[in-house]
Design a protein around this ligand. Structure first.
Ligand SMILES: CC(C)=CCC/C(C)=C/CC/C(C)=C/CC/C(C)=C/COP(=O)(O)OP(=O)(O)O
Ligand SMILES: O=P(O)(O)OC[C@@H](O)CO
Ligand SMILES: [Mg+2]
Length: 237
């Protein structure tokens, strides 16, 4: 599977991508077939798996089940190095570039490196920017970093650009799972104007209008977690 190549071709063809985020702590494995039935009938193109925490290490069971039941690419979106599971197809090798906690800039990545070397996951270096979504989110709590404010436009754009210059292959603008307000279209537009790698946007997107607005502003891939957790019919129509 060549996940990154497919994301690049989708970007070139202006085909919008949609990821559903499945949180190992929240998914009931018994219900997975019916979840997937909904997902397979929808526009969803990627399955992201991960959580800010995974106290009971349920990620492996979830990924194994997903690989049996779905042909969609399963991509790890890890909150920590403990969430690296070989059974997935790929991994967002996140660095939390909006923060100044070295553990999330490079520490967790070092912890995962030898496991990754032995495994066959497609590794996709990703510059991860946490942007204030109007409430304290799990990512902020776990990473002990302060999100960038939505009005720090210059700082956000420069952070994304610096991240690309450091070699990150994707930029992820994150308002945090369950955010009150998603990343603004102004931010998406400005970042999109300056970077050339594909752009992921997620956090707090609760309705079709917000999803559409994120695409129009320039998101190449949008991530939906909470909205689907709350309403399994979210992707219908
Ligand atoms: C590259 C490797 C091995 C690890 C990356 C480690 C880093 C830098 C993580 C970034 C910070 C972080 C904690 C990200 C978590 C991303 C994530 C999966 C968020 C989803 O959050 P939820 O668990 O859904 O939150 P709620 O439970 O509040 O909905
Ligand atoms: O749960 P939501 O708010 O959709 O957020 C999705 C994802 O970007 C969280 O890391
Ligand atoms: Mg969540």
């Amino acid at each position: 599977m060549n996940i990154y190549k497919n994301i690049l071709s989708a970007k070139t063809d202006q085909k919008k991508l949609l990821a559903v985020l499945l949180d190992p702590e929240k998914v009931d494995i018994e219900k997975l077939p019916s979840f997937l039935d909904k997902i397979h009938k929808s526009m969803v193109t990627h399955i992201f798996v991960g959580g800010s925490t995974d106290e009971n290490q349920q990620i492996e069971t979830l990924v194994n089940a997903l690989k049996k039941l779905s042909k969609l690419p399963v991509i790890l979106f890890p909150g920590s190095s403990e969430q690296v599971i070989n059974a997935a197809d790929g991994l967002l090798f996140l660095s939390l570039v909006s923060g100044r906690n070295s553990e999330y800039l490079i520490g967790q990545q070092i912890k995962a490196a030898q496991t990754l070397k032995r495994n066959s996951l497609e590794i996709i270096p990703t510059g991860y920017l946490l942007i204030d979504g109007g409430t304290e989110t799990a990512v902020q709590r776990v990473s002990k970093t302060t999100p960038l404010a939505q009005d720090q436009l210059k700082e956000i754009v420069s952070t994304a650009l610096a991240s690309e210059y450091l070699g990150q292959k994707l930029i992820y603008l994150e308002a945090g799972s369950g955010a009150k307000k998603p990343v603004s279209t102004t931010i998406i537009k400005e970042v999109k104007k300056q970077i050339s790698v594909p752009l992921i946007v997620g956090g707090g997107i609760r309705n079709k209008q917000q999803l559409e607005q994120a695409y129009i502003a320039g998101a190449d891939l949008v991530v939906i977690g909470t909205a689907f957790e709350l309403n399994l019919n979210f992707f219908d129509s």
